[in-house]
Design a protein around this ligand. Structure first.
Ligand code: HMG
Length: 391
């Protein structure tokens, strides 16, 4: 019966790109003092996809170790959340399903609502596992965030994927059923189908995010949710890591608590280490924050973690999870540090070239240059079809 089964995140794995651009390099190009990036927005570097990487290769890179560890027998559903998809019709998760050799007896679907849809995927997965606790759902969030060159948003670009295995009796995090929701029809950030870069009203997007924090928290507590001081840590969506500070400060004020920088750092500090190096990974960002928290904090066993997921446009959700005893033995901290540390640093000219690169849309054969040293690559386009391979 719903409620009797413990459901949550059984495994979590992170992947990112071949290349990295540091904010020192960006600052040297555009004449900005690097302190604005390091301290003002809390970013040090951004992941940049190679010419043969995209959301599919990152998603497969993130999910492959999960499938290798647990097998695929119980995975009946794959949900891939993204806002930078590669096709208007076919779900990107089908390419991943194929690359990983998953069973044909599975459903695969793609979800979109800006940065929020990774959370929608997780919530839908919980519902499916409630219905049949013998099934597992592979939830993947994968995105490449891209703004116009020389725009204020450029410094908040990034890319990453997180794969999560959702099932009964989870090894990492037990998720609670109660959620607080908030939706508002606003234009703070969006990307029309004919554009490759996002449009954004930067200041408006920050205040929209903060309004959504209030709205989701109000709904959560109105439905009998936990009190603020019951949480050991908070994971926020991180378009840039200082946003998590702003959001938590706002929540403390709204809920009538004293605001102390030390206390904010204590409850969110560990969630920002990876995002600071990867940049905004949209749908994956909050779950990159969770990976960072689990990998960096001292023993969190039994502690409640609060999640605030925000997607422009806008939808937000606040929910909670409890860290499961024995979780540390199941972490992938070494692999996560390796994925971040192995990226090759590129210069500004190379970054700009990759930023502006696109495949011709003529239906011809267009092989992608061999660049990535990761496990999966985009081989190219042929007859308008994307071709992927395991390296
Ligand atoms: P900007 O206008 O260039 O920066 O762009 P700024 O002048 O506002 O400065 C940023 C911060 O750095 C400020 O701090 C400055 O004071 C500080 P704040 O006042 O905000 O606390 N600063 C310095 N600090 C130390 N030393 C210095 C220094 N100089 C300045 N020398 C902006 C900033 C975030 C607007 C821009 O990067 C942008 O447009 N980003 C994209 C939009 C975005 O990330 N919005 C966040 C909320 S919306 C969201 O999260 C959803 C999203 O992920 C999309 C989705 O849902 O799909 C984006």
């Amino acid at each position: 019966m719903p409620g009797d089964v413990s459901i949550g995140i059984h495994d979590l794995s992170l992947a990112t790109t071949q290349y990295v651009l540091t904010h020192e390099t960006l600052a040297a190009h555009n004449g900005t003092g690097v302190a604005k990036y390091h301290r003002g927005i809390g970013q040090r570097a951004m992941s940049v996809p190679a010419a043969d990487e995209d959301i599919v290769t990152m998603a497969a890179d993130a999910a492959a170790p999960v499938v290798a560890r647990h097998g695929a027998d119980r995975i009946r559903t794959v949900v891939l959340a993204t806002e930078t998809s590669v096709d208007q019709s076919k779900a990107a998760g089908i390419y991943v399903h194929s690359l990983l050799g998953l069973s044909s007896a599975a459903r695969v679907v793609e979800l979109k609502q800006a940065c929020y849809s990774g959370t929608a995927a997780l919530q839908f997965a919980m519902g499916l596992v409630h219905r049949d606790p013998s099934e597992q759902v592979l939830v993947i969030a994968s995105d490449v965030s891209r703004y116009e060159l020389d725009s204020p948003g450029e410094a908040t670009q990034g890319a990453a994927a997180v794969a999560m295995l959702v099932g009964a009796d989870p090894a990492l995090l037990r998720l609670e059923d109660r959620s607080g929701m908030f939706t508002a029809d606003i234009m703070d950030f969006w990307r029309p189908n004919y554009r490759t870069t996002a449009l954004v009203d930067g200041r408006e997007s920050i205040s929209a995010y903060l309004q959504a924090v209030e709205g989701a928290w109000k709904d959560y507590t109105g439905r009998g949710g936990r009190k603020l001081d019951e949480f050991g840590a908070f994971c926020y969506h991180q378009p840039f890591t200082r946003m998590a500070h702003k959001a938590h400060r706002h929540l403390l004020q709204y809920d009538g608590h004293a605001v102390g920088e030390e206390e904010i750092t204590r409850v969110i500090g560990h969630t920002t280490a990876y995002n600071m190096e990867l940049g905004n990974s949209y749908t994956a960002s909050m779950y990159v924050g969770l990976a960072s928290l689990l990998d960096h904090a001292d023993d969190l066993t039994g502690q409640a973690v609060g999640f605030l997921s925000y997607g422009s446009g806008s939808v937000a959700e606040f929910f909670a999870g409890t860290v499961v005893p024995g979780y540390r033995a199941r972490l992938r901290s070494g692999a996560h540090r390796e994925a971040i540390g192995r990226r090759e640093e590129i210069g500004y000219a190379r970054y700009r070239e990759l930023h502006e690169r696109s495949f011709p849309a003529d239906g011809g054969d267009h092989p992608a240059p061999k660049e990535t040293t990761g496990p999966h690559r985009l081989v190219g386009l042929s007859g308008h079809k994307r071709i992927y391979a395991t390296r």
